[in-house]
Design a protein around this ligand. Sequence first.
Ligand code: KG4
Ligand code: ZN
Length: 332
Amino acid sequence: MNYHLSIESSCDDTSAAVLLENKVLSNVVSSQIEHQKYGGVVPEVASRQHNINIALVVSEALAIAGINKSQLKAISVTQGPGLLGSLLVGVSFAKSLALALDVPLIGVHHMHAHILAHFAEEPYPVFPFICLTVSGGHTQLVIVRDYDMMEVVGQTIDDAAGEAFDKAGKMLGLLYPAGPLIDKYAQLGKPVHDFARPLIGDYDYSFSGFKTSVLYYLKKNVADNPNFIAENLYDLCASIQHAIIAVLEKKLVKLVRDSGIMHIAIAGGVAANSGLKGRLEELAQKYGWKVYIPDLKYCTDNAGMIGVAAYYKLIKGQFADQSLTAEARLPF
Ligand code: KG4
Ligand code: ZN
């Protein structure tokens, strides 16, 4: 039996999963709440928390899967991109465990894993497909031709979509990460406020103009009415979400038209957004796309997706050795 363990620690979630081939048997995620009071992830705090959590999270993943570590045939870990201190905790732990158990080590690219999370559960996307990866750190349009043949054709030149949610939410006084709360409140409001929807280049994204427009709009209205945000919270959330989705949609539709690829996947934390999922279903109806939306637990950072990506390296014998190092800016 090819049991393998995967570890993810690139940002503020400590996670470990046990897989049998590409089937996720356990997927334990310990999310750090310590960052909320700072309104964003504090790298030094994150790496210290990973250090505290990692052994416990790995033990729990093994226990839930009902196996002993001596049954593991490989260890995989997120090599990058991400916060260096955070990555180092996972990479060091994985290297030590692989060495102690004398099993192969597999380094995984975090953004490949977000995409390959689609192969955790059927229906699997059909190659080639387009993946819109929208997370707290990245926004990418990727053409995926095979498990190991992916090309980024567009990406953000400044903030990621998740960051746009989080920063706009912070302006509304919402706790970090604000994305899930904006999603919730947006369902109770209407997109009646108009925010900038910057469109640059062919398939690239930019959210800095949007962010500035939210800031100035709030400043102006709060000056007139100090209760403006509280009185309009739901509509503001709906408007922020609407603007972000409109920008994401525009470039996606263009890429589908230009490439002729009709199989569309979304990935990353923002793929959990109900407005984005709903809009994609509408576009699928309108244009005849086949849309793939992963289960919520595979959207946000989790070691299950690292294990799935590792499986496709495992079967090809693409192993790393003890010289593997964490890379904050690992190229795609
Ligand atoms: O992929 P992820 O867990 O971590 C990164 O690799 O960045 O994504 C986290 C991001 C955060 O910005 C968070 O606010 C956003 O995903 N997010 C959402 C939702 N759930 C998570 N944004 C909008 N709506 C959601 N439901
Ligand atoms: Zn991520």
